[in-house]
Design a protein around this ligand. Structure first.
Ligand SMILES: O=C(O)CCC(=O)C(=O)O
Length: 234
């Protein structure tokens, strides 16, 4: 983690990721972070017709905590142990979310809102660590997460002192080298942990929807600003 900013090889037990996936299939989600756009993942195509717009993401927001599996992963002692080793004793849970990303023709602003297709780093807290778990099998066509190894502690001045949130992939990879980009494909249940101060992005799925879970730890009290409507944990 300290050297690369990422560690892969985490695994959720099958009964737990199956339960979370079933929950996410049955429970309506909210499209494009908008609580007025409510639909079930299996009705995605019909919902795009009904709302007359592309639906790139579907968040469950606070509903995710109704899933026993989500609560189990969020409270897993290994996660907080890793977070404390990396961030220090003050590490605290600040975000838990599950969300779908769907194959669709998304606008630039929808992609940017969903943190897709442009490398960015998170400025939600002074220091953070985020766990991500693929909850369906994710291959190149399922919109995998991509992380640029080493970019959490070796930043070009232009990238550091910028108000621009998203950077084109070519520009970032020219600096860090194409071989630094890790694409996080994997079977359902596979997970990884990253320092989100390193450059990362999701990509728009081309073939099948992706279901993802994130558990984030930081060092400050949660503020409303840093959440896209996911549960605020106290
Ligand atoms: O969807 C993804 O894999 C990326 C999410 C992301 O970039 C973020 O939460 O900052």
């Amino acid at each position: 983690m300290k050297q690369d900013g990422i560690f892969t090889g985490l695994q959720i037990p099958p009964d737990i990721h199956d339960e979370i996936r079933s929950f996410a299939e049955e429970t309506p989600c909210f499209g494009n972070f908008n609580r007025k756009l409510e639909f079930r993942a299996k009705d995605h195509a019909e919902a795009e017709q009904r709302f007359g717009r592309p639906l790139l993401s579907g968040h469950h927001f606070e509903r995710c905590l109704e899933s026993p599996g989500v609560r189990t992963i969020q409270n897993d002692p290994l996660l907080i142990d890793i977070a404390r080793h990396y961030l220090g004793a003050q590490a605290r849970l600040i975000t838990t979310r599950i969300w779908w990303s769907f194959p669709t023709k998304a606008s630039e602003s929808d992609r940017s809102l969903a943190s897709l297709d442009k490398f960015h780093f998170d400025l939600d807290d002074w220091r953070m660590i985020k766990f991500f778990f693929n909850l369906v099998d994710v291959d190149e066509g399922t919109g995998p997460h991509v992380f640029v190894k080493g970019s959490h502690n070796r930043r070009k001045a232009k990238h550091q002192y910028t108000l621009l949130v998203g950077h084109p992939a070519d520009e970032v990879l020219d600096y860090y080298g194409k071989e630094s980009a890790v694409t996080l494909t994997g079977k359902a249940g596979s997970g990884f942990v990253e320092d989100p101060f390193g450059f990362h992005m999701g990509t728009v799925p081309e073939t099948r929807p992706r279901l993802m879970m994130e558990v984030g730890f930081g060092v400050s009290k949660p503020s409303r600003r840093r959440f896209h409507g996911e549960p605020i944990l106290r």
